[in-house]
Design a protein around this ligand. Structure first.
Ligand SMILES: [Zn+2]
Length: 452
C-alpha cells in the first residue's frame, strides 16, 4: 500500500536530509566509468597552460605532468568561428574535405579565453577553443572529469520508504521547475510518482505532454483502457504480469511510460510492481559475472503478434541483448526484458544453450526476489512514470473493473526536454567558463554546449 508518509514528496525534504536518507534506503550507486587517471586544475588568467606545436598536432601542458595533444586536422575540423559554425543553427558551415590532410597552424598561442590557433589561408582565420572545452574533449589522453550529470541512484524494495514523488501542480507550473524536478527524479531513480492529478484522461494527457510528444503505437496514442482485451496483449486482461520492460519487439523501445489508474470498482488486486533493472544488473555483475556477460552479449528476438493488423519484430531480427551498454564507456544503458514476448532462440551457439538458460534463470531469480520488488497499490490521482530502458514494471492479478490511462514518450523526447531544462536550471561548467567569449550564445544556447 502507498502509505501517506511514503508518498511525501522528496522535494520537500531538505537536501542534506534527502541525501542521507537516500543513502540509508538505497543499496548502491551506479559507478561512473573511470576516464583516465588525472584530475585537472582550473585554468586561471595568471597561470595559462603551455602550448606548443608538434609534428601534426598541438600539445597543451595543463601542469608540469599533465598534457593533452590534439591533431591539427581535428582542431581545424572543430573550429567554431562564425565562418565555420553557425551560432544559431549550431551546424558546421564548411566542407571538412576542403581541409588539406597535412594542415598545420601558422601560430598557436595561450590566451585567457582559450587556445588560439591561426591557420594558413588567404583571409585571416583564427580559431579559439576554450580551455575547459579542450579538457572535456581531450582524447590523447582522455582526462578524468566529473560526471556531466548527477549519478543514478540504484534502489531495491526499501525505496518504498521514500519513493520519488512530485506534485502535479508543480509540474504544470509555467516556471518549469517542477517539471525539471520530475525529470531529474526519472533520471536518478528511473521512475517517479506524480500526486494530486485530476482524475481524468485529459489532465493525464496534459501531464504526459509536459515532457514531449506522445509516441503513437499499435495501442494508440493516449490510451484509456479496461481489461476487455480490446488489444491483443495481456496488458488488456486481468492476469498477473511479471516484471518486464515494454516494446522489446521494437528496434527502439519507448523511453518513458506513464500510467494512471482512473478507477477500480467491484473488485480488488492489481497492485503495481516496479523493479530497478540497473540495481538487479549490478547484483548480477557482482555475484554472477559470467551470466552477466551472456545477458550482455546474446541477442534476444521478440515479437508483437496479437493484432491481426500488426506483426512487429526488431531490426536486426536476432534482436538485442537483455543488457545494453554504451560502446565507449561500458556503462549499462538499457534493460530489455519480457520473457513472454521472446521469440525462437535459433541463433544460440549449441554450447551456450544451457549456459544462457542458466543465466536467465539467475536473472529471473534476482528480478523476483523480495529485495528487488517495489509493490504499490496505485490510487486514482497518483500516476507513475517509468524509464522503460531501466525500470521493469508488472502487476498482480485483479478482479472487478479497472480503468487505466497512459502514454508512451520516446527516449529522445525525454532526454531532449531534460537537456533543455538542465541548460536553464543547471548550466554546464564549460558553457559558464566560455560565456565571456563574445558571440557564443544565442537564445540561451552556447556553441560550447556539451551536446554539440
Ligand atoms: Zn573557422
Amino acid at each position: 500500500m502507498l502509505k501517506a508518509s511514503a508518498a511525501r514528496p522528496l522535494a520537500r525534504l531538505t537536501n542534506t536530509y534527502r541525501v542521507t536518507y537516500l543513502r540509508a534506503i538505497c543499496t548502491r550507486r551506479s559507478s561512473f566509468p573511470a576516464e583516465g587517471s588525472t584530475h585537472l586544475p582550473d585554468v586561471t588568467h595568471d597561470d595559462l597552460p603551455i602550448v606548443s606545436q608538434d609534428v601534426g598536432q598541438v600539445a597543451i601542458g595543463w601542469s608540469t605532468r599533465e598534457w593533452s595533444r590534439f591533431h591539427n586536422i581535428w582542431l581545424r575540423d572543430h573550429c567554431r568561428c562564425s565562418k565555420c559554425f553557425h551560432s544559431i543553427t549550431k551546424q558546421r558551415l564548411f566542407n571538412t574535405f576542403d581541409i588539406p590532410r597535412d594542415i598545420a597552424p601558422i601560430k598557436v598561442e595561450a590566451k585567457a579565453n582559450g587556445l588560439e590557433v591561426t591557420w594558413p589561408s588567404k583571409e585571416l582565420h583564427v580559431s579559439v577553443y576554450p580551455w575547459s572545452w579542450l579538457q572535456r574533449n581531450s582524447y590523447d589522453p582522455p582526462l578524468k572529469r566529473p560526471p556531466e550529470f548527477t549519478d543514478k541512484i540504484l534502489w531495491g524494495s526499501k525505496i518504498q520508504q521514500a519513493p520519488p514523488t512530485v506534485v502535479y501542480e508543480e509540474i504544470m507550473a509555467d516556471n518549469d521547475r517542477g517539471l525539471y524536478k520530475w525529470l531529474l527524479n526519472i533520471h536518478e531513480f528511473g521512475f517517479s510518482f506524480v500526486t494530486g492529478i485530476p482524475v481524468t484522461p485529459e489532465a493525464t494527457e496534459e501531464l504526459a505532454q509536459r515532457i514531449g510528444f506522445i509516441r503513437e503505437t499499435q495501442y494508440g496514442k493516449f490510451w484509456d483502457f479496461t481489461s476487455d482485451l480490446a488489444k491483443g496483449d495481456t496488458a488488456y486482461t486481468t492476469l498477473a504480469l511479471g516484471a518486464h520492460t515494454d516494446n522489446t519487439y521494437f528496434t527502439d523501445p519507448c523511453g518513458l511510460q506513464l500510467f494512471h489508474l482512473l478507477s477500480h470498482t467491484d473488485g480488488s488486486g492489481g497492485a503495481t510492481l516496479l523493479v530497478d533493472g540497473f540495481y538487479v544488473a549490478s547484483i548480477m555483475k557482482e555475484l554472477h559475472p559470467e551470466a552477466y556477460m551472456l545477458l550482455s552479449s546474446v541477442p534476444v528476438p521478440a515479437h508483437a503478434a496479437g493484432e491481426a493488423t500488426c506483426l512487429y519484430s526488431p531490426s536486426p531480427a536476432a534482436g538485442y541483448p537483455v543488457l545494453g551498454h554504451d560502446p565507449v564507456t561500458g556503462e549499462l544503458t538499457q534493460v530489455r526484458w519480457n520473457n513472454d514476448d521472446r521469440s525462437v532462440m535459433r541463433h544460440l551457439a549449441p554450447d551456450l544453450v544451457e549456459k544462457w538458460y542458466d543465466a536467465i534463470r539467475l536473472w529471473n531469480g534476482c528480478l523476483t526476489s523480495a529485495d528487488s520488488e517495489h509493490w504499490v497499490q496505485l490510487q486514482p490521482g497518483t500516476a507513475v512514470v517509468v524509464d522503460n530502458h531501466r525500470v521493469l514494471h508488472g502487476r498482480s492479478a485483479f478482479d472487478g473493473k479497472r480503468r487505466m490511462c497512459g502514454a508512451y514518450i520516446g527516449v529522445d523526447e525525454y532526454k531532449s526536454k531534460l537537456a533543455v531544462l538542465r541548460e536553464k536550471f543547471a548550466p554546464d561548467a564549460v558553457v559558464q567558463a566560455a560565456s565571456a567569449i563574445p558571440d557564443t550564445q544565442v537564445d540561451g544556447r552556447s556553441i560550447w554546449n556539451p551536446a554539440l
